[in-house]
Design a protein around this ligand. Sequence first.
Ligand code: NAG
Ligand code: NAG
Length: 269
Amino acid sequence: MIKALLLSALVAGALSYELPTDQDQMPRVVGGEDAVPNSWPWQVSLQYSSSGQWRHTCGGSLVTKNWVLTAAHCISSSRTYRVALGKHSLSSVESGSVNVSVSKSVVHEKWNSSQLSKGNDIALLKLANSVSLSDKIQLARLPTAGSILPNNYACYVTGWGRLQTNGAASDILQQGRLLVVDYATCSSSSWWGSTVKTNMVCAGGDGVVSSCNGDSGGPLNCPASNSEWEVHGVVSFGSSLGCNYYHKPSVFTRVSNYIDWINSVRTSK
Ligand SMILES: *[C@@H]1O[C@H](CO)[C@@H](O)[C@H](O)[C@H]1NC(C)=O
Ligand SMILES: *[C@@H]1O[C@H](CO)[C@@H](O)[C@H](O)[C@H]1NC(C)=O
C-alpha cells in the first residue's frame, strides 16, 4: 500500500521529507494488497476535470450523505471536482457506483500550504446532491473527540495511490495494514522529530507498507471496540525519501482533533 504519503506540494523547505507538490503525486499505498471489493464503502475517489477527462487525485471518506472528508492539500481553488463512490476498479464501469459533483469545498481556516508541518491538513467537500446508501456506499464512523490510539494499534490505510515510490498508481483499491506509532515515538529525533505535531497520527514506518502519492485525503481505518471501523486519520504526508521509508511512518491528520470543526462545518454551511 501506500507508504509514504505525499505531502502536497506545499511543504518545500520546511519539510524536507515531503514529496513533490504535484497533484498527480498524492500518496498511495505501498506494500498492501487488493481490498475485497467494496469492503471500505465510505472510501471515495476525488477526481478533477482535465481536458475533458476526470482524473483521480486523492481519496476521501463519506461522512454524511452529502459531505466528504479529505485533505486540504488535495484542494486547488482553480479546479473542478467530483467524487466517485462505490468504486473498486477506477477504470471499470461498476454497478452501484455513482459520480457526484462537488458544490463547495471548505478547507480548514488554519491550513497553510507553506506550513505542512503545522497540520490542519483537512477539508470537507459538499456534494451537489445527497447519495443513497447501499451495500457499496456507506458512511464512515468517526472517533470520539480527543481519542488517541495506543502505540502499535493495527489499522488499515486504503487508497488508489502509487504502489511503489515513483511507481504507477493502482487501478484496484489497495489496503495496507499499518501499526500506529504514538506521538512520543513519532516525534523523537530518529523518527519524524518536530515535524510531527499532536494534531497528527503516525502509522507505519516499518519500511515495507505505507501510504503513497494518490492516497492523500483517504482514511486510516481503525477497529473500534464494537467491531466497527472508525476513520482516525486523513492521509496527509510522508517522506520525500520514499513512501515506505524506515522510521518515516505515514502521517495523517488526527480526525479526533477535528470533530467539533467537522460538525460545525456540516451544520452551518
Ligand atoms: C462515472 O464517470 C465515468 C467516466 O469518468 C463513467 O465511465 C462512469 O460510467 C460514470 N459512472 C456512473 C455511475 O455514471
Ligand atoms: C503561510 O505561511 C507562510 C510561510 O511561513 C507565511 O509567509 C504566510 O504568511 C502564511 N499565510 C497565512 C495566510 O498565514
